[in-house]
Design a protein around this ligand. Structure first.
Ligand SMILES: [Fe+2]
Length: 256
């Protein structure tokens, strides 16, 4: 069984002059690939929600794959996830597991839980007369991706944060306006050799987008290892992660 005490907290300061002054220090948690099911039961989920709420983020972003394959788990997942609490709100996209298990039920339960769905949609988050754009696209494997709602009414200098369950969408980004893209899906390989070589498995993405932080054009792409597992509850060189990202109004520092 996956143990939430093993989760690694990855902290990242996202520096950009597109960060409005009012959002300097804005802090959010990004969580994905929880895969609630036999190997990540409701008890763990409850612990995870409590852990994240205790960090008192301004917002919570969810990157999809909330369940493994059991429709009943969709109901229990969103019942527990309704307790995620942040002043600006809780936002998320669906992953391939959510859509393949039961897309309609996932959408219905997500709505009931009070989590804002960002699949092919976007919102402005406002603070003190300034605003940032937060949006998402549908999962690359199981539905369509439409980034037009995200781009609507935006300027290059707006800070734009995009959620995409699948990281390979980074290569398809039709715009250089996206500042930060948050993804999961890969589990960091889940079982890899020294975090580099992974055996072929159905969830694999291009190795370019296996884990960590990288640049695709003007966009900073963060790929989380996620929290849960698919198949056996084993992770090798791919620790479970949640990300704490703080926005900083400062010139960008090149990624090493
Ligand atoms: Fe996935």
């Amino acid at each position: 069984m996956n143990n939430i005490n093993r989760i690694q907290l990855c902290q990242y300061l996202f520096r950009s002059l597109d960060v409005p002054e009012e959002f300097d220090g804005f802090r959010f948690i990004f969580i994905c690939d929880i895969h609630h099911g036999r190997c990540f039961p409701a008890k763990n989920l409850r612990g995870l929600v409590t852990l994240v709420n205790a960090m008192k983020p301004d917002a919570i972003l969810l990157g999809g794959d909330y369940v493994d394959h059991d429709p009943e788990c969709i109901v229990t997942f969103f019942k527990e996830a309704a307790r995620f609490s942040a002043p600006v709100g809780v936002f998320g996209v669906l992953g391939n597991h959510d859509r393949r298990t039961d897309a309609d039920l996932s959408l219905e339960c997500m709505k009931e839980s009070g989590i804002t769905l960002l699949d092919n949609d976007a919102v402005w988050v406002e603070r003190g007369g300034e605003r940032i754009r937060l949006g998402g696209v549908g999962d690359l494997w199981t539905t369509t991706q439409d980034i037009r709602p995200m781009l609507k009414g935006t300027r290059k200098e707006d800070l734009m944060i995009l959620l995409s369950h699948h990281p390979d969408f980074a290569e398809l980004l039709p715009s250089d306006k996206i500042d930060l893209m948050l993804c999961g899906h890969t589990h960091g390989g889940q079982v890899s050799f020294l975090g580099k070589w992974i055996p072929p498995w159905p969830g694999s993405a291009k190795h370019k987008y296996l884990t960590g932080i990288m640049k695709e054009g003007d966009t900073t792409v963060i790929i989380s290892n996620g929290v849960g597992t698919v198949g056996p509850p084993v992770r090798v060189f791919a620790k479970p992660q949640i990300w704490e990202i703080t926005l900083k109004r400062e010139a960008e520092v090149p990624i090493q």
